[in-house]
Design a protein around this ligand. Structure first.
Ligand code: GLY
Length: 374
């Protein structure tokens, strides 16, 4: 039997717990009573794929609770948009949602982000529980209260900071996660090591195959490590003003690629875009003389070994595509005064925030980088 791990999260706006345990969902009723009364109703938002795999079990565990018929969204990043948000808001309002009711997000990052946004808007805030079912959501997006939808101008440009009241992580959900998605999640996992923890990076170099072989103990250990790092970062900076920006390593480039590809998850999953973005960030750091080339090579080799993409040349072949990519980079939320702010590195485990990068310098770098990767 696996033991329950509890990780407290304490942000400026709200404190809550992350619970991690195999088969945790069985205990959901007991846990929900910690955050609401028995008068509440439960709204569940999920997607088609996750509904097929896990909705029945959740409903069974909830038993004879007062549950509103779940809302099931189509699957994929391209549905994290205005139209879906509006449909979720309508669904909740048409069932006369109340502040004491609970909205559960059962799914990956798309479901968590859009449900969190809806929860923050409805009645100016209703109780919201994250049940992340992908690696990316279990180690990153379900924690810390970033909510969002995408627009044609760029990724995650509309959103709020709205903390969940609980995060329930069951590592066994990852048993049904396709390998491609597990690998994509690994890009966010390794991100924590690359930002601030060389020892964790070495541990991952040794243990990564256990993660992909379905060793749930190893997976649970890695998930808990990431959750702890994230909890400590957001405790210091909930609203992305300083340290939290570090969690954006690889994301400016990654988001720009996702926007360029119209959020088409068949072409590129978010984590895959982050993997390429990490290589961009390390290569730019080397190009600027900030990071030894050796460290860049080690990281790229590791990502290649996992089978994550590390090149973008397929989508950045023509000057028009490159210009569009640079346009999306400029839409990044960290940009100030038409200059970019990027997360760069002095080596593995040594990320820092670099402000005032000119678009011209980035353009030069991108042509140099693509030239070396064609
Ligand atoms: N996913 C990055 C953050 O939560 O800040």
């Amino acid at each position: 039997m696996s033991s329950l791990l509890t990780i407290p999260v304490s942000t400026a706006s709200h404190s809550y717990s992350i619970f991690i345990k195999n088969n945790l969902i069985k205990d959901i009723n007991k846990i929900l009573y910690k955050i609401s009364t028995d008068k509440r109703r439960i709204f569940i938002i999920t997607d088609k794929k996750i509904a097929e795999l896990h909705l029945k079990n959740l409903l069974r565990a909830l038993g004879n609770q007062n549950i509103i018929k779940p809302f099931i969204l189509s699957e994929g990043e391209k549905y994290k948009n205005w139209a879906s948000l509006q449909r979720i808001l309508n669904y909740c309002l048409s069932h006369s949602i109340r502040r004491a009711d609970i909205i559960i997000a059962l799914g990956g990052g798309v479901i968590g982000d859009i449900t969190g946004l809806a929860a923050s808007l409805l009645l100016r805030g209703v109780i919201f529980v994250q049940i992340p079912t992908t690696l990316i959501a279990q180690i990153d997006s379900s924690i810390g209260g970033k909510t969002a939808i995408n627009t044609k101008q760029g990724k995650n440009l509309i959103g709020t900071f709205y903390q969940p009241s609980l995060v329930l992580i069951d590592p066994l959900y990852l048993k049904t996660l396709p390998l491609r998605h597990l690998k994509a999640g690994y890009a966010e996992l390794i991100k924590y090591a690359l930002i601030q923890d060389n020892v964790f990076f070495k541990w991952l170099q040794k243990n990564h195959f256990h993660i992909f072989n379905g060793n749930t103990n190893c997976l649970k250990q890695a998930i808990a490590k990431c959750c702890k790092i994230k909890a400590s970062i957001i405790a210091q900076d909930e609203k992305d003003r300083h340290q939290r920006l570090l969690l954006n390593l690889g994301h400016s480039f990654g988001h720009a690629l996702e926007s360029l590809l119209d959020y088409n998850s068949n072409k590129l999953l978010h984590g895959e875009a982050v993997s390429i973005g990490i290589v961009f960030a390390f290569s730019l750091s080397v190009y600027l003389g900030l990071c030894p080339e050796k460290e860049n090579k080690i990281v790229k080799q590791h990502l290649d070994q996992i089978g994550l993409p590390t090149q973008a040349s397929l989508w950045l072949k023509h000057p028009k595509q490159i210009q569009k990519f640079i346009y999306y980079l400029q839409q990044d939320k960290k940009s100030e005064n038409q200059k970019l702010t990027l997360i760069l590195v002095k080596g593995i485990g040594k990320a820092f925030i670099q402000k005032n990068i000119s678009v011209r310098d980035i353009e030069d770098f991108i042509y140099f980088f693509l030239g070396n990767h064609l």
